[in-house]
Design a protein around this ligand. Sequence first.
Ligand code: FES
Ligand code: FES
Length: 173
Amino acid sequence: MMELTINGTVHQVDVDEDMPLLWALRDELRLTGTKFGCGAGLCGACTIHINGNPARACLTPVSVAKGATITTIEGLGGEAGEHPLQQAWIKHNVPQCGYCQSGQLMSAAALLANNPNPTDQEIDSAMSGNLCRCGTYPRIKAAIKDTVKTTEASAALAYPAKGSKTKGSSRHA
Ligand code: FES
Ligand code: FES
């Protein structure tokens, strides 16, 4: 049994330590906002935050996440999606099929949390590992730049802290 802290909630999961974190999130905890794309660290669809840094959940063993603070798209802006980037995504009508977008948002949120006023090059560099087969790149960049322009306090770019609760989960539950 392992303890994982995800979006402010402590979960007990009974899985193999080598299991990719992506499977624990999706199959064990039903946090299906994080997507499976390539499974090889190439597309960014599975991007989450581990201790505030972007990470590929498909390449991260569950053992790495023990004792870490994990944030998924479900925890980025809370249930209402109030993170400034999510609001900008709506304003700029960013998603097409939507499949890549939770990973895109998590990469963008990590960028702005660490660098609230990035240059164009810094945006391109931070987002270069997130692929979009629908080609929404111009709207993604416009939404990020709009967030930078309209968000005065960098603290507003951090996802909301939540109280800790404990939930149980077993692999075959
Ligand atoms: S599914 Fe993880 S990077 Fe593609
Ligand atoms: S919106 Fe379809 S893959 Fe990006």
